[in-house]
Design a protein around this ligand. Structure first.
Ligand SMILES: [Zn+2]
Length: 265
């Protein structure tokens, strides 16, 4: 991984928070990246993606965050306490003499799960209006099952993972863990897009540009899907054609280039 991942995380967050993109407003959404093998940076509560800088992130222990998943049910106050205790440097961030420093986002547990997946270094969680128009609809789960166009598959993978609604925090994180296990069984790879019912989208990638590209492409797919309902509804790709796009060598190569990991030759 390149040096100064925090600078890369800040840039990615500012881009995802661009008001023109309509992915988030006010304090919505959160982002994270691997700092090293044992820790990660995550957005602090009460910060905005569009304007966030280095001080808006806290560094936390991956192990301590993941340990919350093994605990018995925790009440809100205990979750808050455990998140605070997971900080590697409690003085990092927005801390003033009057408080005990920046608090990791309640969604840090989701980030820890995603950052534990093989090859994943950056995570972007947003609430794009067009994606939530689908995820807050009665047809959400049915309509996201099939693919619409080749570039959606190249960037966003064979299918998004779909997580039924759960209370944000520990209940949602536990549900995500179960969904990821069955996704890995079904597809033999992890998803690139995770959709949270009545909530929003998570894009995961090796690089910040990959997270931005996946988010942009899934938002485009959502806009197209909604548009098709004005003209009789979606005509999905044949599953065989979709599978072919996912495995074609030239598409695999394009995916690597688009992730920012491909060579220049
Ligand atoms: Zn959220």
């Amino acid at each position: 991984m390149r040096n100064d991942v925090l600078a890369q995380l800040v840039a990615m967050s500012n881009n995802l928070g661009d008001p023109a993109l309509d992915y988030v407003i006010v304090g919505e959404g959160n982002t994270s990246c691997r700092a090293d093998a044992d820790t990660f940076w995550v957005k602090a509560s009460g910060t905005e993606l569009h304007t966030i800088d280095r001080t808006g992130f806290v560094r936390v222990s991956l192990e301590r965050i993941l340990a919350m998943l093994d605990a018995a049910e925790l009440i809100d106050e205990q979750v808050k306490q455990r998140l605070s205790e997971a900080r590697v440097d409690p003085l990092t961030g927005l801390g003033s003499p009057m408080d005990d420093g920046a608090r990791p986002s309640i969604e840090s547990i989701l980030h820890a799960i995603c950052l534990s997946l093989e090859g994943i270094n950056f995570v972007g969680h947003t609430h794009p209006t067009v994606v939530n128009a689908i995820l807050c609809s009665k047809k959400a789960e049915d309509t996201i099952q099939e693919r619409l166009f080749p570039d959606e598959i190249t960037l966003c993978g064979p299918a998004p993972a779909y997580v039924p609604y759960a209370d944000p925090g520990l209940p949602l994180a536990r549900k995500l863990q179960n969904v990821l296990t069955s996704y890995l069984n079904d597809y033999e790879e992890h998803p690139r897009v995770i959709l949270l019912q009545n909530h929003g989208l998570i894009a995961i990638g090796r690089t910040p540009i990959e997270v931005e590209n996946i988010t942009a492409m899934y938002v485009k797919a959502a806009r197209i899907l909604l548009g098709t309902y004005a003209l009789g509804g979606p005509r999905f790709l044949n599953p065989r054609d979709a599978e072919r796009i996912h495995t074609r060598p030239d598409e695999v190569y394009r995916r690597e280039i688009l992730s920012g990991e491909g060579g220049s030759d």
